[in-house]
Design a protein around this ligand. Structure first.
Ligand SMILES: [Zn+2]
Length: 264
């Protein structure tokens, strides 16, 4: 049974325009405000025949396509906003933490991560340092990022951590091979696909990452399994691939510049 994963990041407590004037940290193109996030969840809920679940958890009956919701980067809003909003529907989410950021201003601390887990959410690795380009790292560094971040989360939670997501969407065969070697059994990439593959013992899943401008109806349509919005995301993703390959670092700099221009 194929799953569909929708990826989110930070959720702002109020309207983004008013928040941005006083915010200590810039908001990225992936930040939704709480009202928009609620609309997204309501639209996802209205998609029929779907179970919002956690990867690796039995209980989805054979007629349903499980929907997974992921939240990257360990933002404080995961604890102060997202968990409450999900639990209103009795849903649980996947929270992926860059362990070097634990306890920083604007991000969750160890106690908050522990509480999310206690409430039934899944905690996974998002590397240690959140490398800008993970796929450019040598194998030893990849192993270090995956193995150390899982070990830190395991020491916080007191249980095995074997789920992860790739920072910044730069995945490669080496990134997944290192994840598998580090004991990770489920790895979410940022490739917008519902197709699954395996690398060693590691199950590799794509995600549809929604930006601030994404309408709630788009989230609902993706969750409902409609092809068109997923195809559009896939087209955009693959259209960037030749640019990435041709220009290398210049693509990377252009991307950073574009993102910085898009920040409020
Ligand atoms: Zn990230």
């Amino acid at each position: 049974m194929r799953s569909i994963t929708i990826g989110y990041h930070d959720i702002a407590p109020g309207p983004l325009e008013s928040v941005s004037r006083t915010a200590r940290f810039p908001r990225s193109v992936y930040t939704l405000d709480r009202g928009a996030f609620r609309e997204h969840l309501a639209a996802i809920r209205s998609s029929r025949g779907r179970t919002i679940g956690l990867v690796g958890t039995p209980g989805n009956n054979g007629s349903e396509t499980p929907i997974f919701l992921t939240f990257d980067d360990g933002y404080l809003s995961s604890y102060t906003i997202v968990a409450d909003e999900l639990e209103r529907y009795n849903w649980r989410g996947h929270f992926f933490i860059p362990t070097d950021w634990i306890g920083r201003a604007g991000y969750m601390d160890a106690d908050q991560i522990r509480e999310l887990r206690r409430r039934g959410h899944l905690i996974g690795s998002h590397s240690c340092s959140h490398p800008e380009r993970m796929s450019a790292l040598p194998m030893a560094d990849l192993l270090w990022e995956w193995a150390r971040s899982c070990a830190i989360l395991e020491s916080i939670l007191g249980e095995a951590v074997n789920t992860a997501s790739v920072p910044n969407g730069y995945h490669s065969r080496a990134v997944t091979t290192a994840a598998s070697a580090a004991g990770i059994r489920v790895l979410f990439t940022s490739e917008p696909t519902s197709a699954e593959r395996h690398d060693g013992e590691c199950r590799v899943l794509g995600r549809y990452a929604l930006q601030r401008r994404a309408r709630a109806a788009t989230a609902g349509a993706i969750a409902a399994g409609h092809i068109r919005p997923r195809w559009k995301q896939s087209l955009w993703w693959h259209a960037r691939e030749p640019v990435k390959m041709l220009t290398g670092d210049s693509y990377f700099l252009l991307r950073r510049w574009l993102l910085s221009r898009a920040v409020h």
